[in-house]
Design a protein around this ligand. Structure first.
Ligand code: ZN
Length: 170
């Protein structure tokens, strides 16, 4: 099986059986975003939790309408960010954005992007890049609102050593 076919298979699989789909309560923030060039829509909710002073993505739930790429990408995105600290999930989002802007020239890092590597070929088609990014953009926007609302820090406190009595090695 060729790589392109395998990637196509991953995308179709997420499209047919989307992960974490459906809107769930409770949530910290909800956004609605559209990709007018293709007609894709997504309504997305983010729930954060506080783990040792660091914001962690507890849940992402969504309803989406539109093309297979936009819906599959939302499914893959939810897999990638749920359970991760927000700072780490943002880095994965940046890696995916980098892949989408690569015009097919970048070799995707499967350790970081997992199933999202399947969208590598999409970066060659400017009209479809917004489809693949819609879910990620909605997640970033909702997370920004949720961070503000919950007053959680997006990354671990810089200086926790003194409070616990242990001295950080530098
Ligand atoms: Zn689309």
């Amino acid at each position: 099986m060729q790589l392109e076919d395998m990637y196509q298979e991953i995308i179709l699989d997420h499209y047919r059986n989307p992960h974490h789909k459906g809107l769930r309560d409770p949530f910290d923030a909800e956004v609605y975003q559209v990709n007018p060039t293709c007609g894709d829509e997504v309504k997305l909710r983010v729930t954060l939790k506080d783990v040792d002073g660091q914001a962690v993505v507890e849940d992402v739930s969504y309803e989406s309408l539109g093309c297979s790429i936009s819906q599959a990408s939302a499914s893959v995105m939810s897999d990638l960010v749920i359970g991760k600290p927000v700072s780490e999930a943002m880095r994965v989002g940046d890696a995916f954005l980098g892949l989408m802007q690569s015009k097919g020239q970048l070799e995707p890092d499967e350790d970081v992007l997992e199933d999202a590597v399947a969208f590598a070929g999409v970066s060659k088609y400017p009209a479809r890049i917004k489809c693949a990014l819609l879910g990620w953009m909605a997640w970033k926007a909702a997370t920004a609102v949720a961070l503000e609302k919950t007053a959680l820090a997006s990354s671990a406190p810089a200086n926790t050593g003194n409070e616990t009595g242990t001295k950080a090695q530098s």
